[in-house]
Design a protein around this ligand. Structure first.
Ligand SMILES: Nc1ncnc2c1ncn2[C@@H]1O[C@H](COP(=O)(O)OP(=O)(O)O)[C@@H](O)[C@H]1O
Ligand SMILES: [Mg+2]
Length: 320
């Protein structure tokens, strides 16, 4: 596969307009270094810069290292489809579904994949908050519907805070929902490959010094301990990997993803977040999940690059 890409111009898309711009620049620069180290022709491209579309058309392949809105939500994927430029990772629909946590959860429910209970506000804020308080013990997680990197994720401990927090999230991010708090282990599982050659990498357990794995804990060196493999029984470990794989396939993801799971006290793996463009910085989880099974950062990047050439097809011959 490597040879195929040697005479191709690869544009590493990084930066962009989302709130995760800084993280995307960190991810993108690491990817760029890796591609150049592997002797590929690669250059950085920032969709937030003027003349982006003209520049983009000079490339043969787009390696998308964007996170969040416009980059991870199907927008840039749609543009690349129209321009007929092959790109890494998931297509338009899976990207859009993965970015929207409520849409993802509805699919998980339909597919029998455990996900934390949740409440949305289609019937009004007051009614929704009443429902939460009647049916759920505090604390709860209030979340912006379509953000990443723990941006807009708030742990609500007091009943009287709930309405204010939701209002604030809606004001700031446009949409929000509430999820039951799962008292358990926060883990994440990298998925790599496609067709019948798809694998769940090692399960990584995240032990954060903060109350949960928030933005600060994610991106500050030393604030989160990575435990790999996660401290789960053999059965629950395997079940967590299978559930992650099912979540990836249920959304129709392609090539790679990282599935965030809270493993409850009874061992149930509750899927709460599928990341179609996982972070690729030094502190990121997917490179750590890959490293643990002997896949180096460069090998991971090459595999991700190769996903641009594989058909986005969910048909498989093997049963999970
Ligand atoms: N329902 C929940 N119960 C307990 N902790 C949670 C729950 N949902 C998320 N978390 C914690 O918050 C972190 C961020 O939430 P997540 O849904 O993954 O959002 P993001 O897209 O911002 O990463 C998770 O990695 C996990 O540690
Ligand atoms: Mg997450």
């Amino acid at each position: 596969m490597r040879e195929y890409f040697l005479d191709k111009k690869i544009g590493v898309l990084m930066g962009g307009k989302s709130r995760e711009r800084e993280i995307s620049l960190r991810s993108g620069n690491k990817v760029l270094e890796s591609l150049q180290r592997q002797k590929f022709f690669a250059e950085a491209l920032d969709p937030a810069e003027k003349g982006f579309i003209e520049k983009l058309q000079k490339f043969d392949i787009a390696f998308i290292a964007l996170h969040g809105r416009y980059g991870e939500d199907g927008c840039i994927q749609g543009l690349l489809e129209i321009l007929n430029i092959p790109y890494t990772g998931s297509g338009v629909l899976a990207s859009a579904l993965g970015m929207n946590k409520v849409a993802s959860k509805r699919i998980f429910e339909a597919c029998g994949i455990p996900t934390p209970k949740y409440w949305t506000f289609e019937n009004g804020l007051e009614h929704g908050c009443e429902e939460v308080l009647r049916n759920c013990k505090m604390p709860v997680m209030a979340k912006a519907t379509s953000e990443g990197s723990s941006i807009g994720v708030i742990l609500v401990k007091e009943e009287k805070e709930l309405t204010k927090v939701i209002e604030k999230l809606i004001f700031e991010f446009g949409d929000a929902f509430v999820e039951e708090f799962i008292d358990g282990k926060s883990v994440t599982v990298g998925i790599l490959g496609w067709g019948d050659n798809i694998t769940a990498l090692s399960v990584l357990e995240l032990v954060s010094q903060n109350e949960f794995y928030d933005y600060q804990a994610k991106y500050t060196q030393g604030m989160t301990e990575f435990i790999i493999p996660a401290r789960l029984s053999k059965e629950i470990y395997a079940q967590t990997q299978i559930t992650a794989l099912k979540a990836h396939l249920a959304l129709g993801c392609h090539g790679f993803s990282r599935v965030d799971i809270m493993v409850g006290q009874d061992g149930t793996p509750f899927v709460h977040d599928v990341n179609t463009i996982p972070g690729l910085t030094d502190l990121s989880d997917l490179p750590a999940c890959a490293q643990a099974v002997g896949i180096s950062y460069d090998e991971l990047v090459l595999k991700m690059l190769s996903s641009s050439m594989a058909p986005r097809c969910t048909v498989r011959n093997t049963v999970i």
